[in-house]
Design a protein around this ligand. Structure first.
Ligand code: ZN
Length: 332
């Protein structure tokens, strides 16, 4: 059985990139403390408010490859006389693995870190070189309303880390990549599309079979499970987890601008993106095998962070109201 996938025939570059990107975090604004498009193994940021619940969920097995930083709000930090003891009881120490995170001008004015002689943190590992980080947006309604960006803002150290729920171990990222490629090959037209995008027949067969073998050996090719989580339909074909339409592999090669115009042929094909079956939520690691599939960009946007079930229930209520109100929708 082939285990060294580096020796496999190459995928078309666009597809290769699409699969590679699945191990990176979502995009974030430059003014946020969250790192943009970096590996999901980066330093993890955990809000202090979820720490206890988080420790409980992780069963004391907090083992992030690149460490973690706990963020306390100034409101919580300065209104609690016993905050240092409470933090220390949990193994948390300001400047060591914990920082105060200023997000509003009120917090900044009420307890200005300069008057406390605090320094903004710069390093993602101990020692941080400071006690706080600040990301306060500009406002025009008051004097001195410029934005305040302190800590983790140098080019080499932009962003403090990633959101805790975006974290995944290298091993999980690797498994997800294998499985996501297998799901692409399970699109009914995957071979034709691969051929149209530059792969030769023998390479297609070899790559496809090897990926299936690797997935099988790692327990990543359970067809019943795929159907249960809406990644495949009962015929074993890849579907969009939300609208359940069968996916054409051509969707992986369409960029947004193509879907919007220029090429008439592409108008019928929708762009495909990574799709979280259980949405990303605080305290739960959802970058995991059988929780990631491929779906329409449009469906992804509709489901967003609400989840598939909640979105379907909402749509049902919208339809019912429309029908009850007498609008003719011409459905079934
Ligand atoms: Zn869809």
């Amino acid at each position: 059985m082939p285990t060294d996938h580096r020796r496999l025939p190459k995928l078309p570059p666009l597809l290769e990139r699409k699969i590679y990107k699945t191990g990176q975090t979502r995009g974030a604004d430059d003014d946020e403390i969250y790192q943009n498009r970096v590996a999901s193994t980066s330093t993890v940021l955990i809000p202090y408010t979820v720490w206890d619940r988080f420790v409980l969920l992780s069963e004391n097995n907090i083992n992030f490859e690149k460490g973690f930083i706990v963020l306390v709000s100034p409101t919580e930090y300065f209104s609690n006389n016993r905050i240092s003891e409470e933090l220390n009881d949990r193994g948390l120490f300001l400047g060591k693995n914990t920082l105060v995170f200023y997000e509003t001008r009120e917090q900044w004015n009420a307890n200005n870190p300069d008057t406390l002689r605090w320094n903004p943190a710069q390093s993602r590992v101990y020692p941080f070189g400071g006690q706080y980080v600040a990301r306060i947006s500009a406002t025009t309604s008051i004097a001195n309303g410029g934005k305040i960006i302190r800590g983790f803002n140098t080019t080499s150290n932009k962003g403090a880390g990633i959101r805790v729920y975006e974290y995944a171990s290298s091993d999980t990222i690797r498994k997800c990549r294998f499985q996501l490629e297998a799901i692409i090959w399970l699109c009914s037209d995957s071979e034709v599309v691969a051929r149209n995008n530059g792969m030769i027949n023998s390479d297609i067969v070899m790559r496809k079979n090897s990926i299936f073998d690797i997935c099988e050996s790692m327990g990543l090719l359970d067809m019943e499970k795929f159907v249960y989580v809406r990644i495949l339909n009962k015929s074993g074909k890849t579907i969009c987890p939300f609208c359940l339409d069968e996916l054409s592999a051509q969707g992986f090669f369409n960029r947004m601008e193509q879907a919007e115009g220029r090429d008439v042929l592409d108008l019928t094909v929708t762009q495909l993106n990574l799709f979280h079956i259980q949405e990303l939520r605080m305290g739960i690691f959802n970058h995991a095998p059988y929780n990631l599939g491929w779906g329409h960009h449009h469906c992804n946007t509709v489901v967003k962070d609400s989840g598939i079930r909640e979105t379907l229930l909402w749509i049902a209520s919208v339809l019912k109201r429309n029908i009850d109100a007498g609008y003719d929708l011409n459905i079934g």
